[in-house]
Design a protein around this ligand. Structure first.
Ligand code: AMP
Ligand code: GLY
Length: 428
């Protein structure tokens, strides 16, 4: 098979890594890829948002399958345009992708299909939203409705912070047109968990649970990022609760979209808040998570191509997902200053030394190659990933690899997986 992956992040590096392990994949391309993907796939210099160029390239190249990583091209209709050219695409249509591209759509959808979520209100007018905040004291969450690279949800501990967040989104337009509408949401406390699931329009099958670390600094402090690290499997939901998540969140979402004429094919991402044996849906995303993918795919034993083909052909019910025992941990190394402003172009040292550790892969995100050197080129730079028989060893290995890697200003959280270790000790 000849496969094209779209995207340039750590998630896409993990996708080409997993696809390259399939004996069915003979030729692998990635557009645009990054400084780490070139060893596994051919980097094609087309940006993920240039859907017209991607469609031309994919159609001319006679690809057997296109796998879309990020949300932006999905929202721009890349899946629909590729399918119109007769290509097989592993990603949802733009209509189904609204579950992520519009939080207003997503919240109304959850209400309509009785999917448990936080109470909310939607506004297109700043004055009305400000009055709502006066009547609903902090803590409260203010979210830009549109796509904002994981940074559009602002958790506000005081009323002043909430009004400032609202001004930032609606008046200063910090996220551009993503802030045309805001969703103001009840604050939920508890443990977060990500449930990624394969879907074929009808059947939905969850992957291993993963726990992301969205806050920038240790102890879950600081601004939200795209995700600073992850481990899998997470034990936040037991088997009985996971069955409830399938029955009350994932299956109703897939059934609801089918009923609306937009069957969901691809990976459905449910971000959940779990507390006291109960859960609510914080968000849906229409793709693999980043960095969840880096922590999940190394444990997948089933051929990823078989799973993706089954989703595209509507026969996911015939595929069993098999997982390796053990745990996988991914520690994100980011540029100093991220998620705010940061400088690029620093040379990264120690990549080869890090990769010598057993069962360790350094997934690249914001990197580029300059001759023999690898330079930083984004906010999240690397996802240093290790797996082992248990979470403590996976974390120890991943951090040992992190310690071998250096560039000016690199930052990372030192407590990735700490909640998972605590949960493990309590269970023991
Ligand atoms: P979202 O993009 O909607 O998933 O929000 C990003 C992050 O903000 C989540 O992963 C949570 O950490 C936090 N968050 C979102 N909504 C809420 C909420 N209702 N209560 C508490 N935290 C939230
Ligand atoms: N890790 C968060 C996301 O992929 O949206």
């Amino acid at each position: 098979m000849k496969v094209l992956v779209v995207g340039s992040g750590g998630r896409e590096h993990a996708l080409v890594w997993a696809l390259s392990r399939s004996p069915q994949v003979k030729e692998l391309y990635i557009a645009p890829g990054n400084g780490g993907t070139g060893g596994l796939a051919t980097n094609v210099p087309i940006p993920a948002e240039d859907v017209a160029a991607l469609v031309d390239y994919a159609a001319a190249g006679r690809f057997d399958m296109v796998v879309v990583g990020p949300e932006a091209p999905i929202a721009l209709g890349l899946t629909d345009l590729l399918q119109a050219k007769g290509l097989r695409v592993f990603a949802p249509s733009a209509a189904a992708g609204q579950l992520e591209s519009s939080k207003a759509f997503s919240k109304d959808f959850m209400r309509r299909y009785a999917i448990p979520t936080a109470a909310y209100a939607t506004f297109a007018d700043h004055a009305a939203a400000a009055r709502y905040l006066e009547a609903h004291p902090a803590p409260i969450v203010v979210k830009a409705s549109g796509l904002a690279a994981g940074k559009g949800a602002i958790v506000c501990q005081t009323d002043a912070e909430a009004q400032a967040a609202l001004r930032q989104i609606m008046v200063e337009r910090a996220f551009g047109s993503a802030g045309d509408q805001v969703v103001i949401e009840e604050y939920l406390s508890g443990q977060e968990v990500t449930v990624l699931a394969f879907a074929d329009g009808r059947t939905v099958k969850p992957m291993l649970l993963a726990q992301d670390h969205k806050a920038a600094y240790d102890g879950d402090r600081g601004p939200n990022t795209g995700g600073m690290g992850c481990y899998a499997p997470a034990s936040v939901l037991d088997d009985a609760l996971l069955r409830q998540v399938v029955a009350r969140v994932l299956q109703p979402a897939v059934d609801g979209l089918a009923e609306l004429g937009a069957p969901y094919v691809g990976v459905l991402y449910a971000g959940l808040m779990v507390s006291g044996g109960d859960f609510r849906t914080l968000e849906f995303n229409c793709r693999f998570g980043d960095p969840e993918t880096q922590a999940i795919l190394p444990l997948l034993r089933t051929d990823l191509v078989d799973v993706m083909n089954a989703c595209i052909d509507g026969r996911l019910d015939q595929v069993a997902l098999e997982w390796a025992a053990g745990s996988c941990a991914c520690v994100v190394m980011a540029s100093g200053g991220y998620p705010g402003d940061y400088a690029r172009g620093f040379e990264i040292a120690g990549l080869d030394e890090a990769a010598k550790l057993p069962d360790t892969v350094v997934f690249h995100a914001g990197t580029r190659r300059d001759g023999g050197r690898v330079l930083t080129a984004g906010g999240r730079v690397l996802g240093v990933t290790s797996w082992a028989g248990g979470l403590p060893e996976a974390l120890r290995r991943a951090y040992a690899a992190v310690e071998r890697i250096h560039w000016d200003g690199a930052i990372y959280r030192r407590d990735i997986g700490a909640k998972g270790l605590r949960a493990g000790k309590e269970a023991a």
